[in-house]
Design a protein around this ligand. Structure first.
Ligand SMILES: Nc1nc2c(ncn2[C@@H]2O[C@H](COP(=O)(O)OP(=O)(O)O)[C@@H](O)[C@H]2O)c(=O)[nH]1
Ligand SMILES: [Mg+2]
Length: 372
């Protein structure tokens, strides 16, 4: 399963309460205040991870909480801070606010006991007011997470409470005053994985990918600036009849052994996942060497993709049978289709620009959409 957008709800830990306590020993029956501070609540944090390529973990669990801080105790003992929850997310994740904060008003309830404020005893609004998806996505994202290791705090943990030891003064030797721990933030977010294009071209070098992309695109394909990749995808916009279009990416780098991360293999595969449709371009004449044949070319490419990731292998794909202007191509086409009986094969010549109208019609049905 490949998940590229999802809604999540997160809650940071509450701060632990400060303690109200007085030193009591055999020799000192009326000791001063010794109530320690609470611990800080844990944050909820995103961290960009090289080995995470989609948002599927959030599909199975949409609510995420960090730990509460522990309460302070006598003997000036500070409560332990709550552990932050660090969640791994893929490069190119856009984070949108999905809620607005509302005011949290804790009532006075110093004796919460246990760990952190007991929310049933805290009078507060829910702390956030959810937005609907349309409203959330219309706004600018909060952050575009592009660097491996980059972190982003989604919800800040509550402040640590203060024990009565802090409130001793010349005029008050026995303060009972404490500050309860702060409430950890809670919020909703929409996550979206940046898509490179609607369709991605996959093929061996010289299969004719660049030529095809130029022939299909209204304007010359542009090198897309994707801060999260060292590959330089060329992205072209294909205009269809009516008010509809699609983007197609030519991402260089897929070679045999890509799943073992030879060359830029992994990087290629990670990014090709972000296309809705994979277009396998085959040189039907097998012009690129004596031992090359379009059937084995496609089989090898499919194998690379399967070995890398089953999710990627399950994504929709078609075969573009290219270079049909060359004499050997027709016989190879007749042999190819029965080998992939469930897969649509579209014969074209990118060089001669034949078959492109039929290809465009199919692409419109498969990936056409209104301009954004
Ligand atoms: N005969 C023929 N040659 C083509 C066709 N499409 C591309 N070529 C040639 O094949 C070579 C490789 O094309 P290119 O688009 O650079 O392939 P890429 O490496 O997959 O991007 C070039 O010499 C093209 O002129 C085609 O439909 N017919
Ligand atoms: Mg090329």
């Amino acid at each position: 399963m490949f998940v590229d957008h999802i809604k999540i709800q997160t809650k940071a830990g509450n701060g632990g309460n400060g303690s109200a306590s007085f030193r009591r020993t055999k020799t000192d029956a009326k000791g001063g205040p010794d109530g320690g501070d609470g611990g800080k609540g844990g944050d909820v944090v995103f961290e960009v991870d090289l080995h995470t390529d989609n948002l599927k973990t959030f599909f199975f669990q949409s609510h995420h909480k960090a730990e509460h801080g522990k309460n302070g105790s006598s003997n000036r003992k500070t409560g332990k801070s709550g552990k932050s929850l660090v969640m791994k997310i893929p490069q190119g994740t856009l984070v949108y606010a999905g809620s607005r904060p509302t005011k949290i008003v804790p009532i006075e309830a110093p004796d919460w006991g246990g760990e952190g404020p007991d929310e049933s005893k805290v009078k507060m609004s829910s702390g956030f007011e959810p937005m609907d998806e349309e409203e959330a996505l219309a706004a600018e994202p909060l952050v575009d997470l592009t660097e491996i290791g980059q972190k982003f705090v989604l919800c800040k943990g509550g402040e640590a409470g203060k024990g009565n030891v802090n409130f001793k003064s010349a005029t008050n030797q026995a303060p009972t005053e404490t500050i309860p721990g702060g409430i950890g933030e809670e919020a909703v977010f929409y996550l979206e994985l940046r898509k490179i294009a609607d369709a991605g071209l996959v093929g061996f070098p010289n299969a004719g990918k660049s030529t095809l992309l130029c022939a299909l695109s209204a304007a010359t394909p542009k090198v897309a600036a994707y801060p999260f990749t060292t590959l330089k995808p060329m992205v072209g916009v294909v205009d269809f009849k009516g008010f509809s279009r699609a983007t197609i990416a030519d991402i260089p780098g897929l070679i045999e052994g890509a799943h073992k991360n030879v060359g830029l293999g992994h990087e290629f595969l990670r990014h090709i996942m972000r296309c809705r449709l994979l277009m396998f371009v085959a040189d039907m004449a097998g012009t690129d060497g004596d031992d090359r044949h379009p059937i084995t070319d496609i089989q090898m490419l499919r194998k690379e993709i399967k070995l890398y990731n089953e999710d990627l292998a399950a994504q929709p794909w078609i075969i573009i049978a290219n270079k049909m202007d060359l004499p050997e191509s027709q016989a190879n086409l007749e042999a190819l289709q029965p080998r992939f009986p469930k897969i649509e094969v579209i014969p074209i010549s990118g060089g001669e620009e034949t078959g492109l109208e039929d290809l465009k019609k199919r692409l419109q049905q498969l990936i056409g959409h209104r301009p954004e």
